[in-house]
Ligand binder design. Structure first.
Ligand SMILES: [Zn+2]
Length: 400
């Protein structure tokens, strides 16, 4: 514990003095306590990333608060999950502004984040915990945030859930993350300042008002480096280990450039999520970054691939003799489907939104065409679930 305390003292000295101007964006390197992130070879295994279907990542958000303002609302948490699902699925509005020279590099990462529907004990949950702490100076960035006994909140099994702690940070730091293989299991995850988490409530002050602090930190969680490389002062002679991100030197802190800018030989990709650019000017991950994230997922965080933390909405299965047939997917306006089954009686049919909430539920008979008007629902990845007694069938539905 003394060792940890010393590290923390060093950390805060480091943040407050040497790099204070960067503190509002990201402290991922510093929070790692001296370890080095894992590096993968530049030679990428393209087929692995491209052949996999959408990966569901169960998320638990631990709100650790002192003043009531820090106890952010469910809606604010939901706004962050929506940002993640846009940013990691190439669905964010800023993509339209990516310069032509980089457009072919834009990756649809195909990570689907869902607030957990099942807790580690198998009980239903909304994927949010709330803990009042007596630390009024800011517990974010401190090791104690990960431990209930120290005024924080214990992680849920990090092999099955992505743990996100939201709290006030001492010194105004924006966020920190653990790289794969760094730090104890109990501290794996991402921390985000409550003033930069989501897009509403306490997180409406530019330039960190669009939820990109969390996007950036989750990039680190899946082993992405800053574009300028792993070191504090690394520059054109260092790289981030990803072949299709240009070697660069500038971190673009407090900047929102337009047009082509250079800090090394090739034009800088200042709109990449792994720079320090203002939220409004971030837009993309590259295909190379996607491969690196999948490698990290497979090698270091494989439990997320088989987690049932989002089981209510994350399962696509067909039970013998029963089938959900969807006519037209993606769906525009009306969702049309038929449940083929020899089981009579009523089936409960529910449509779950990207947050895992049931937005429409109806009882229907099998073997009939069912039409549900979805025109009032926002676009995104939904799940249609048919259930009767202990039988459940689920199909993914994309609403335009
Ligand atoms: Zn960072």
């Amino acid at each position: 514990m003394k060792h940890r305390f010393l590290l923390l003292l060093l950390l805060f000295f480091f943040l407050e003095n040497a790099f204070s101007q960067q503190a509002d964006r990201c402290g991922a390197r510093q929070a790692d306590g001296g370890g080095q992130p894992h590096f993968f070879p530049k030679e990428v295994k393209k087929t692995m990333a491209e052949s996999r279907a959408v990966v569901n990542i169960p998320v638990v958000v631990h709100v650790v608060w002192n003043s009531s303002e820090e106890n952010i609302s469910d809606e604010q948490i939901g706004s962050q999950i929506e940002v993640l699902n846009k940013d990691f699925n190439a669905g964010n509005a800023e993509i339209g502004g990516v310069p032509l020279m980089f457009q072919q590099l834009i990756a649809d990462v195909d990570f689907h984040f869902c607030l957990a529907t099942k807790d580690p004990d198998g009980n239903p949950t909304d994927g949010i915990t709330r803990t009042q702490t007596n630390n009024n100076l800011g517990i974010g960035g401190a090791a104690s945030i990960h431990y209930t006994s120290q005024g924080g909140r214990n992680a849920w099994n990090p092999e099955k859930y992505l743990n996100i702690w939201v709290a006030k940070f001492a010194g105004g730091l924006g966020g920190v993350a653990t790289f794969p293989g760094q730090g104890p299991a109990a501290e794996q995850g991402v921390e985000v300042n409550y003033k930069q988490f989501g897009t509403i409530g306490t997180a409406t002050n530019p330039p960190y008002h669009l939820g990109r602090t969390c996007t950036h930190e989750i990039g680190h969680y899946f082993n992405l480096q800053h574009l300028w490389g792993p070191g504090i002062n690394s520059c054109c002679n260092e790289d981030d280990g990803v072949a299709d991100t240009p070697v660069s030197c500038e971190n673009y802190l407090h900047q929102c450039p337009t047009g082509t800018t250079f800090s090394c030989a090739a034009p800088d990709m200042w709109m990449n999520f792994m720079n320090y650019t203002d939220d409004a000017c971030m837009a993309m991950f590259t295909k190379g970054q996607k491969v690196r994230m999948y490698e990290a997922l497979n090698e270091f965080r494989p439990g997320l691939l088989t987690s049932d933390g989002c089981a209510t909405v994350g399962v696509e299965e067909e039970v013998s003799g029963n089938e959900l047939r969807i006519f037209g997917n993606p769906v525009s306006g009306q969702l049309r489907f038929e449940l083929k089954s020899s089981d009579g009686g009523d089936w409960q049919l529910c449509l779950y939104n990207p947050l895992g909430q049931a937005v429409i539920c109806e009882a229907k008979k099998a073997n009939e065409l069912v039409v549900i008007d979805c025109s009032h629902l926002p676009g995104g990845i939904y799940f249609l679930v048919a259930s009767q007694n202990s039988v459940r069938i689920a199909k993914r539905v994309v609403l335009n």
